[in-house]
Design a protein around this ligand. Structure first.
Ligand SMILES: Cc1cc2nc3c(=O)[nH]c(=O)nc-3n(C[C@H](O)[C@H](O)[C@H](O)COP(=O)(O)O)c2cc1C
Ligand code: SF4
Length: 451
């Protein structure tokens, strides 16, 4: 890997796009894979532990801990999946990264498979991303033709559903099924282990595209180098997506540890001069971030302390002209539509909340309905196989608690705020032209058909 100067603050999006294996090799590509093969696998895991690499798919789980558990698992068959489903509204970083350099992700995936002792690895991306990622299958074909690094890697083109990115649902898709989360996590019920996980479960590792992309760089340059970026809790960089009511919507890799305010104002141009920030959401999976929390540092612990999350680094910003009842309705409606109906409290609860919010917007709800909404937000998670209804609960409860005046204004029939909210499900991004959102999404029905 090429050594960078400290003021070049990117690790994954450095320099020109990498479009050939020769170019990747000239930058030091594949040296980390060779190095990892020469090392004791335990030492590679220790390197990632010391580096403090945490998953970039949303939860920030320590990668070394995940790999250690999978490596130590006694099982005849193990697998690895790279999660490139990128279904979180307000996020475009994995596609941006794969457009820039798919080789580093493939190398990270090959290293994961080697360290864990996997017999095969699957690179999971949505079929609708195929036209914008011609470099991914090309890079894999090149690696397979010219090296043995990627011989056991296969690309799986999956469906457009939000749940495709959920790791238990992702395993179902790799097996040829629908994106329906199963009961046990992939390290217990992995790929091709039968309906109930088989005798030893075929433990399977699932890691995000960005997480795996960091691995070769950490191996080549060492944990100290990685830790010179970011902060002690969350070392390294993150590829942030910022959009909504900002003047310069953007995808940008930055060292972690800057404040959310700096990301919004300095990187994304801030909100319009006569406006203030009213609400920020790290995707649709977590609680709202209110303006008093804008000085929180962008790292997993501090965002958790602020009552929300770092998530996968995608931030949706709303200014003070926006009605938060409308935002709540759009967000919960999305989670209702995307819920898969395997766990009744999830589908029924999110439908109920969506209906009350629609009634409130139509001037047809009472204070009692708002109280019931609060109550349903406490049980929508019951018996859920996955985290999706926790998102429904967090989004609903946090908006209700933080913006009571917006709810009161609707109960009184006097709301004058903006209602032109669309779900920022990103279809494409161009550095000059900005984001294109999926305008078809509004036609999607709760049974996943399109009107
Ligand atoms: C509803 C739902 C959707 C998700 N979508 C994605 C996704 O698109 N991409 C992703 O990497 N992780 C997604 N996740 C998180 C994955 O389940 C998993 O935690 C992640 O891929 C682990 O990778 P990491 O340890 O490298 O972060 C989703 C989780 C849920 C509950
Ligand atoms: S909790 Fe909801 S989205 Fe998750 S598996 Fe159950 S019904 Fe499907």
């Amino acid at each position: 890997m090429s050594i960078q100067t400290q003021h070049e603050r990117t690790l994954l999006l450095t320099g020109e796009p990498v479009t050939s294996l020769a170019q990747y090799r000239a930058l030091g590509g594949l040296e980390a894979y060779e190095q990892a093969r020469r090392m004791d696998p335990e030492d590679v895991i220790e390197l990632l532990r010391v580096a403090g690499l945490r998953g970039r798919g949303g939860a920030g789980f320590p990668t070394a801990l995940k790999w250690k558990g999978l490596r130590d698992a006694e099982a005849a068959r193990k697998f690895v999946c790279c999660n490139g489903a990128e279904g979180e509204p307000g996020t475009f970083k994995d596609r941006f990264l794969l457009q820039h350099n798919p080789y580093q992700t493939l190398e990270g995936l090959a290293i994961a498979a080697h360290i864990i002792g996997a017999e095969a690895a699957f690179f999971c991306v949505k079929r609708i991303f195929e036209p914008m990622l011609p470099g991914l299958p090309r890079a894999l074909a090149e690696l397979q033709a010219e090296t043995d690094v990627a011989d056991n890697i296969e690309i799986v083109w999956g469906p457009d559903e939000y749940l495709f990115g959920e790791e238990k649902a992702l395993c179902s898709v790799v097996e040829g099924g629908l994106p329906l989360p199963r009961v046990l996590p992939p390290y217990m019920h992995g790929l091709f282990a039968g309906a109930y996980g088989g005798p030893d479960g075929n433990p399977t590792d699932v890691n995000n595209v960005e997480t795996l992309s960091h691995v070769p760089h950490i191996i080549a340059q060492g944990p100290g180098w990685f830790r010179s970026y970011g902060n002690a809790d969350t070392p390294g960089t993150m590829i942030f997506t910022v959009l909504g009511d900002v003047r310069r919507p953007v995808v940008r890799e930055l060292p972690l540890g800057l404040t959310l305010r700096s990301l919004i104002d300095d990187i994304a141009g801030g909100v319009a001069p006569d406006r203030g920030v009213k609400a920020v959401f790290p995707g649709l999976a977590n609680a709202v971030i209110t303006p008093d929390k804008l000085d929180s540092v962008l790292a997993f612990d501090s965002m958790r302390n602020a009552g929300s999350a770092l998530g996968s680094g995608g931030f949706i910003v709303y200014d003070d002209s926006v009605c938060m009842v409308k935002v709540a309705e759009r967000f919960v409606h999305f989670l209702y539509v995307e819920s898969c109906n395997q766990c009744p409290p999830c589908k029924l609860g999110s439908r109920k909340i969506t209906r009350w919010l629609e009634q409130l917007l139509a001037g047809d709800a009472t204070e009692h309905d708002v109280e019931e909404m609060k109550e349903v937000a406490t049980w929508v998670t019951n018996g859920g196989r996955c985290y999706l209804p926790t998102s429904t609960s967090l989004v609903t409860s946090s908006i209700l608690a933080s913006y009571p005046d917006d709810f009161q204004a609707h109960l009184d029939g006097r709301c004058q705020l903006r209602h032109d909210i669309v779900i920022p499900k990103i279809k494409d991004y161009d550095e000059r032209l900005g984001f294109t959102l999926d305008s078809d999404y509004d036609r999607k029905q709760p049974d996943w058909s399109y009107l």
